[in-house]
Design a protein around this ligand. Structure first.
Ligand code: PLP
Length: 322
């Protein structure tokens, strides 16, 4: 990846003249069988651009109460789009067609206009859970019947594709827009790609500029993205195996109360009442295992391409000795 970055051809992307960014955008659009793509510095920005493009101030966005767009993007939906959120309690971060249908506001001046449904796959706060594609299709049908747009926060979509043996184009044919991160399991230093129609992307390109996310010679970063799409997708299954092994070690510990089902590269473990997650994270950190306390009693472990088999073995030994 470093070699690809150092040898990247670059130009001024604000003028559409960076060959590496153009190549990455074309490649991603082709992969998803969508018309167009836009390189963005972060997943937060690409989600926020999409939401801004799909909504008007005063609209309502339906998503899970644990969605990244809702709880981890600094109130961006309100700040950037002037829209409000209808947060639905999900099943490990996944919401259903029935829930979406029940949350759509009637055409009534008292109510916000429901405009957009945002799904997250895999669901970070759901322990890396994957959607069932059939449920997503049901939600699409409900969106069609109610003139709603659909956005996918696919920060870790490639993990879901590998785990469920699905294809990017199956998602491309359902959603109006998709954001995928290159910077997470795929291993790039920065970068996300927003996908959608040509018309949507013309608008998105303008919003990216307004948000300050249009970059100049960012082809060095796009070259990393091209490399990642070519080389780092299939290997995600190793990260999934590593996460399973870590969860099996955690399951045996008497300070662990519960672990969310492990489907991909995230392990979220709930500690028993007398064991604050921060304290356990600190002990693990001192022994060389970096995890985060995402709630007073919840720890999140994430595996990725910089965590080798031997590092996982070592982490397991450390967990076993706690
Ligand atoms: C599900 C999800 N969406 C979006 C993002 C945002 O990505 P970034 O950190 O690149 O802004 C994250 C980051 O962790 C995430 O987990």
């Amino acid at each position: 990846m470093m070699h690809a970055m150092m040898h990247a051809s670059v130009g001024d992307d604000v003028f559409g003249e960076d060959p590496s960014i153009n190549q990455l955008e074309e490649m991603a659009a082709r992969l998803f069988n969508m018309e167009a793509a836009l390189f963005c510095p972060t997943g937060t920005m690409s989600n926020q651009i999409a939401i801004r493009c799909h909504t008007h101030p005063g609209d309502e966005v339906i998503c899970s109460n644990n969605a990244h767009v809702y709880i981890y993007e600094g109130g961006g939906i309100a700040a950037n789009s002037g829209s409000q959120v209808r947060a639905i309690p999900g099943n490990y971060g996944r919401i259903t067609g029935q829930q979406v249908l029940a949350a759509i506001n009637p055409d009534d001046v008292h109510k916000a206009r429901t405009r957009l449904v945002c799904l997250e796959n895999t669901a970070n706060r759901g322990g890396g859970s994957c959607y069932d594609l059939e449920e997503i299709r049901k939600i699409r049908q409900i969106c069609n019947e109610n003139s709603l747009q659909m956005h996918l926060d696919g920060a870790r979509l490639f993990n879901a594709l590998v785990a469920k043996k699905e294809t990017a184009s199956q998602y491309g044919e359902i959603f109006d827009s998709i954001s995928v991160c290159l910077s997470k399991g795929l291993g790039c230093p920065i970068g996300s790609v927003l996908l959608g129609s040509k018309r949507f992307m013309t608008k998105a390109r303008r919003v990216r500029k307004v948000f300050g996310g249009s970059m100049r010679q960012a082809g060095f970063m796009a070259a990393a993205g091209i490399y990642a799409l070519q080389n780092n997708i299939e290997r995600l299954s190793q990260d999934h195996l590593h996460a399973k092994l870590i969860s099996e070690a955690l399951m045996k510990k008497d300070f662990v109360k519960d672990i969310m089902p492990v489907e991909t590269n995230i392990v979220i473990a709930t500690m028993k009442e007398k064991y604050p997650a921060k304290q356990i994270a600190e002990i693990l950190y001192q022994k060389g295992v970096h995890v985060i306390a995402i709630a007073p009693h919840e720890l999140r472990f994430v595996t990725h391409l910089d965590i080798s088999e031997s590092m996982v073995e070592k982490a397991i030994q450390i967990i076993e000795a706690l």
